[in-house]
Write a protein that binds this ligand. Sequence first.
Ligand SMILES: C[S@@+](CC[C@H](N)C(=O)[O-])C[C@H]1O[C@@H](n2cnc3c(N)ncnc32)[C@H](O)[C@@H]1O
Length: 366
Amino acid sequence: MAATDNGPIKMRGAGYYSEHTQGAKLVIDAAIPLVLAAVEKMDLFAASPFAIVDYGAADGGTSLALHHALIAAVRARTDRAITVTHTDLPHNDFSALFRLLHGLLPGKPGLGLEAPNLFSFASGTSFFRRIVPDGALNLGFSATAMHWLSKLPATLADHVHAVGAKGAARAAFAAQAAADWETILLARARELAPGGRLVLANFCTDENGFYLGWTGARNMHATFAEHWLALREAGAITDDEVRRATFPQFYRSVAEFRAPFDDPESAVSRAGLRLEDCFTRVTKCPYAAAYAAGQPPSAFARAYVPTLRSWSESMFFGALDPARPEDERRAIIDRFYDAYEADVAAAPEGHGMDYVHCFLTVAKTV
Ligand SMILES: C[S@@+](CC[C@H](N)C(=O)[O-])C[C@H]1O[C@@H](n2cnc3c(N)ncnc32)[C@H](O)[C@@H]1O
């Protein structure tokens, strides 16, 4: 399971995740033409249900529109049953996921995923393992999840993310990311039926060297590091807590994503996976766009920082010494994000979290 020594990775629950991640939904919406093109290429005349799996789905809110489009495309060509399995790690808020899928989340009545002859499942098994039986997958989808590594290969003394790592530490992250990518693909190779497809929208480092939160203006990860190190300067956290605050993540390059496919002798190629499509795309930060359109700085800061918090909070919280009382840890975390918010409100120019993705379509040939 992907976890740090600092406790479980999890998005904030009770629907907070999809409420505060408009950008992630825009990324998934951009993948809709890819899943429709993938279905178009498939032979749908099997007797078994058409099986869709969404890997690392969080509360499921951001991919609802994609699943509606995908189910409609399959249904237009066949009456066979369709299954959708949402997966995530065990600590995910699956209750929020089920409420969302059944249209029961407050404020979102009727906005679920229900259709005739559609069967909904969920799995708390990590995508580093097989989640469905061999040959039982037709269309696998995943967005913004596979940058999480199976383990933290190094800790950083002066940064919080591999984008700021150098030398041996950086090499350790790259090696872990390559091994994890192969593990993920080999598990999917077992799951996919012949002719099945994977459509993946994975965070990456693109051809310009850009990555999430860095497209040439303020660097989000550097800003995280600045505010976390400032807590140490202020005596609020220890050296150990600085080191432990390292994301178990890596933004692979296009070459790193392609490597197992470009080598015909690789285990992935020999398992029958072929890369059909691979391109990068920047999705502009919707919060920064609202500020550029005239939103006051304080309102921008209040809307923007929660989107960072939705996915980063569990890592920073887990880095704090568990011997501290829970209230004290919560207060430190609030102070950290409040400082980030005050920074954005005081000097909003250049802040933003542009998403940088590599979109891949992979086919199973044998
Ligand atoms: C940023 S959220 C993305 C959610 C949704 N797919 C989207 O694009 O909006 C990343 C999700 O990946 C999940 N995740 C991380 N590592 C995972 C693993 N090894 N197996 C399954 N899910 C994982 C996290 O728990 C989290 O819910």
